[in-house]
Design a protein around this ligand. Sequence first.
Ligand code: GLP
Length: 241
Amino acid sequence: MKIYVTKDKKEMNQKAAEIILERIQEKPDMTLGLATGGTPEGTYDDLVNDHQQHGTSYQNITTFNLDEYVGLPSDDPNSYLSYMREHLFNHIDIPPEQTNLPNGTAEDLEAECDEYETRIHGHGGVDLQLLGIGENGHIGFNEPGTSFGSKTHIVELAESTREANARFFDSKDDVPTHAITMGIQTILKAKEIVLMISGERKQEALLRLLHGGVSEDFPASALKEHPNLTVIADEAAIENK
Ligand code: GLP
């Protein structure tokens, strides 16, 4: 595991964007795994600025997002598809058909999970997976207790996760109860993983990631066994008061 500590969230986001841009230079048709949430927003801003200023092209890039809520229409402002369009896809030159998210409104959700998993691997797998982390250590929407052998599947969201994500919705009741997420095994198959951790609320999760054991009670601990993991944490996530 490689660790970078940055002064603040802005620098953390920049560092992640730098790594992504380096990889795109090396392999302009790479497959990028993307995450949502508050943590990566600044990284997407940096990628958009770079695209506008330096013209980095995404014409040959393919993306796979980690997860999507179940039941939100794709044009709902809180769907992860809307998030990705707003923060990244609408501002770069990636062809929409090369962007992939699970379809949370599929009639047969189980079949959608299988198809998504097959699509990722059929495409040759993810070269670099960007990740955030939940306060309880969830990655994607893999809540504590999820098998490390899990593939793309439907999850019931933990109450704490619905509460943490309620800030994006009008009320907690509006937060969907279920989501489709890449499984932990799916995530671990990425050739490289970049995990960003920011802010005081994540201190405990970071501490446990760095110093705790590997256990299904703490999904992010699975990452410790990945051969190419970079953790970028800001000082607020590190300081222990
Ligand atoms: C959400 C997402 C995760 C994300 C995490 C942290 O539930 N499914 O992919 O990493 O929670 O979110 P945030 O970055 O807003 O703290």
